[in-house]
Design a binder for this molecule. Structure first.
Ligand code: PLP
Length: 384
């Protein structure tokens, strides 16, 4: 018998939608792909140049340890400056993408049967990864009506004596919500009172709009050692294909994560780590991309809310619209209608743990012309 946890794992809904869009494109169907979870921009030129230079300079050997020291030092300094997270370079592990960082953290912390609180709507990979690690996902539903706000009671009533940890993701995929001070304090208090661990997935933390600021859970010194912060360069620097991210955690968790890391990944490609160092010199490029996302967001929020039966809140960060569909259809059925009548590829909400009402997730990491076309198509789709 195959591994009991992994053989039963569901596939990734967003990957499925992206693959479907790619297949339709290959067949010549003029699809508008709003399913993708990645920037449409190319990686900034100077990062690409740095990778070529690094290859020519012979950075082609095994990466030893948790990652090249200059990169871990740069990450450590940025975390301190921008996220108020204190983690010295020894507490940083450079991982092949943020996703592997999440897997590493959960594998290190969980024992079979441990319960993990996951806030819905949640990113599609948390539940499968928890299950793969033998953990038991316990969903904490957050509601649109309450603006997806975290409240103490809603979380506390899901805590049992088997609860080991919680996973949060802010800025959130799919809702675009950021973590506010009051909510972060609620989580901090619960983590302390119930002696929990946490994973804070902050992969979109550089894509926050209107001058707002996402609060990093690990910025509270009282819980710093119990929190694994996961971040990376995929979204902020348009580097999804490079596969590089990192974790920052307390010394004990880092030690256990590193054991698994050494015996699985060995290290992220050295020339890619060298190139990632250049991200820290690209503040202007990153800012420019954020400004463009903000303009696209403003356009899409305004236009989508003009279309009968569709509505969405204004995301504070990331690059997704979480569109509510006022219909009797399920989210899967609504996605089918969008595809059949408008060639629009979106991701249905049930894959994000939203089962009561129908939503679709649409990415606005697309060129303005594509978004204008999408709006026109959305307004012509008959949903009844
Ligand atoms: N976490 C969230 C919330 C994401 O949306 C994604 C990618 O879609 C990831 C993590 C994975 O990031 P990476 O590509 O660095 O593995």
């Amino acid at each position: 018998m195959m591994n009991q946890y992994i053989s039963k794992m569901e596939g990734s809904a967003s990957m499925r939608s992206m693959q479907m869009a790619a297949e339709l494109k290959r067949k010549g169907v003029p699809v508008i792909d709003l399913a993708g979870g990645e920037p449409d921009f190319d990686t900034p030129l100077r990062i690409r140049e740095k990778a070529k230079e690094a290859l020519d300079a012979g950075h082609t050997h095994y990466a030893v340890g948790k990652g090249i020291y200059p990169l871990r030092k740069a990450i450590s300094e940025r975390l301190q400056k921008e996220n108020k997270i204190q983690a010295d370079p020894e507490q940083i592990i450079v991982t092949p993408g943020g996703k592997f960082g999440i897997y590493l953290a959960l594998t290190a912390i969980l024992n079979p049967g441990d319960e993990v609180l996951v806030f819905a709507p949640y990113w599609v990979s948390y539940v499968p990864i928890i299950k793969a690690c033998g953990g038991v996902p316990v969903v904490v539903p957050l509601t649109d009506k309450n603006d997806y706000k975290i409240e103490r009671d809603t979380v506390e009533k899901k805590i049992t004596d088997r609860t080991k940890m919680l996973i949060i993701n802010y800025p959130n995929n799919p809702t675009g919500r950021i973590l506010h001070q009051e909510e972060a304090e609620i989580l901090r208090d619960l983590i302390m009172e119930y002696d929990l661990y946490a994973v804070a997935d902050e992969i979109y933390d550089k894509i926050v709009f209107d001058g707002k600021k996402n609060i990093s859970l690990a910025s509270f010194p009282e819980i710093r050692d119990s929190v694994v912060t996961v971040n990376g360069f995929s979204k902020c620097a348009a580097m999804t294909g490079w596969r590089i991210g990192y974790t920052a955690a307390g010394p004990e968790i880092t030690k256990v994560m590193y054991r698994l890391f050494e015996h699985s990944i060995t290290g992220v490609s050295t020339f890619i780590q060298e190139a990632a160092l250049e991200v820290f010199e690209c503040d202007a490029e990153l800012k420019e991309m954020r400004k463009i996302y903000e303009k696209r967001r403003d356009y899409m929020v305004e236009e989508i809310n003009k279309i009968p039966n569709l509505s969405c809140k204004c995301p504070e960060g990331a690059f997704y619209l979480w569109i509510k569909i006022d219909t009797d259809l399920t989210s899967e059925q609504a996605c089918e209608k969008f595809l059949e009548q408008g060639n629009l590829v979106c991701v249905p909400s049930d894959s994000y743990g939203e089962t009561k009402a129908a939503y679709v997730r649409c990415s606005f990491a697309n060129d303005m012309k594509i978004l204008q076309n999408a709006v026109e198509k959305f307004s012509n789709v008959v949903l009844k």
